[in-house]
Design a protein around this ligand. Structure first.
Ligand code: NAD
Length: 354
């Protein structure tokens, strides 16, 4: 199958990543880029990449099949709408937008123009997430009860547009959008409600971290935490299921699993704690549990573009659907509302409005 021509709008950190992906892709060909800053266009040219003189030139190039938008979050709306109206298939970087109605408008415009529109949820190819997915799908430790997903850094928010509200900064919109998407892929249930706290340890304007509880209708609970002021990181994933527990300490490591064989133990040896002994908190022995590691899954993030190109050709459904895009957006907006009001916010699965 012939490769599709891809043009990238915004040649910054993530635009550069997309350009590299395209240059090593078996389904797309990098046609060119456009950045609002002349020095970024000059950099692209110095790397042998065509830089369009303006957005109109890129969008009116009939050879461009797909446009990837990798500009700051507040600029997505206008650029995506222009690209869709120009008849281009559009991949928008996450988060698509900060306003729900605008995402609905983008989806409507894509449908009206008969083109494919999706959001770049590349973290569906993270091996730590895929390990959790496998443990749940194969029922290695039974049905889920509670899951915790965290990323912890210690450098605050990057000192660019991400630190400002006007540009759609903050960690809910930056990392939360990925971690929420992953959780919604893992837990197969409608959402009942959410509760969220945000932190402002290093930035007063936008959240530099958050702690989000998602309560699902099937009784499963999820806790999603992003921190940028954590000099000791907590585990990446922690999963409790009906037959055991799994944990991934760090995305570089395998998932550890402890599955219990027998609920009852005959002789529990008490352990000494600071000022007393306990049987309740004594570790399980190996007679009553199986302890093993789950091999790290193999993943190829090029599959994002592979799927998208096949979706453009009508050969398979796009992996990141409009419904998923809207649902993640709704959880983020509910999280903001909860953080503002310090209340649990009920979740309505009706995606036609927020
Ligand atoms: P960045 O600041 O490094 O780059 C943004 C680029 O866009 C800059 O070069 C800037 O000059 C350019 N730009 C700004 N306004 C423009 C406009 N109107 N037209 C054309 N160019 C314009 O930011 P970044 O880290 O590359 O982030 C860009 C987007 O990618 C954001 O939406 C961000 O959330 C997303 N992102 C996604 C991931 C991921 O893993 N999916 C990772 C990083 C960033």
């Amino acid at each position: 199958m012939a490769k599709k021509n891809l043009a990238i709008i915004g040649y910054g950190g993530q635009g550069g990543w997309h350009a590299q992906m395209a240059q090593s892709s078996d389904v797309v060909e990098l046609k060119g880029v456009y950045d609002i800053l002349p020095e970024r266009n000059a950099l692209a040219e110095s790397r042998g990449i065509l830089a369009y003189p303006d957005l109109g030139a890129l969008l009116s190039d009939p050879s461009v099949d797909i446009v990837t938008v990798a500009t700051p979050n507040d600029t997505h709306y206008e650029i995506v709408l222009k690209a869709l109206k120009a008849g281009k298939n559009v991949i928008c970087e996450k988060p698509v937008e900060m306003q729900y109605d605008r995402v609905l408008e983008m989806i409507r415009t894509a449908k009206e123009n008969g083109v494919c529109f999706t959001v770049h949820q590349n973290r569906r190819w993270d091996v730590d997430f895929l390990a959790m997915k496998r443990i749940l799908r194969e029922g290695m430790i039974g049905a889920p009860l509670h899951i915790e997903s965290r990323v912890h850094g210690s450098r605050g928010i990057p000192s660019d547009w991400r630190g400002t509200k006007a540009h759609g900064g903050g960690m809910i919109l930056d990392w939360g959008v990925h971690l929420i998407d992953q959780i919604l892929q893992l837990i197969d249930s409608e959402i009942d409600s959410v509760f969220c706290d945000v932190t402002h340890y290093t930035n007063k304007e936008v959240d530099d971290g958050f702690r989000l509880n998602i309560y699902f209708k099937n009784g499963v609970t999820a806790f999603v935490e992003v921190g940028t002021f954590n000099f000791i990181a907590m585990p990446r994933f922690y999963l409790q299921c009906e037959k055991g527990t799994s944990m991934i300490r760090d995305w570089r490591e395998c998932a550890k699993v402890v599955r219990y064989k027998y609920w009852h133990e005959n002789d529990v040896m008490p352990v000494q704690t600071a000022a007393g002994i306990t049987k309740t908190m004594a570790p399980r022995d190996e007679i009553t549990t199986d302890i093993f590691e789950v091999e790290r899954p193999v993943a190829d993030v090029h599959d994002f573009y592979r799927n998208y190109v096949r979706a453009v050709d009508g050969l398979e459904p796009q992996l990141v659907t409009h419904e998923q895009m809207l649902r993640v957006m709704k959880v983020m907006l509910s999280a903001f509302r909860s953080a503002e009001t310090h209340q649990v916010v009920s979740f309505r699965e009706d995606l036609s409005c927020f």
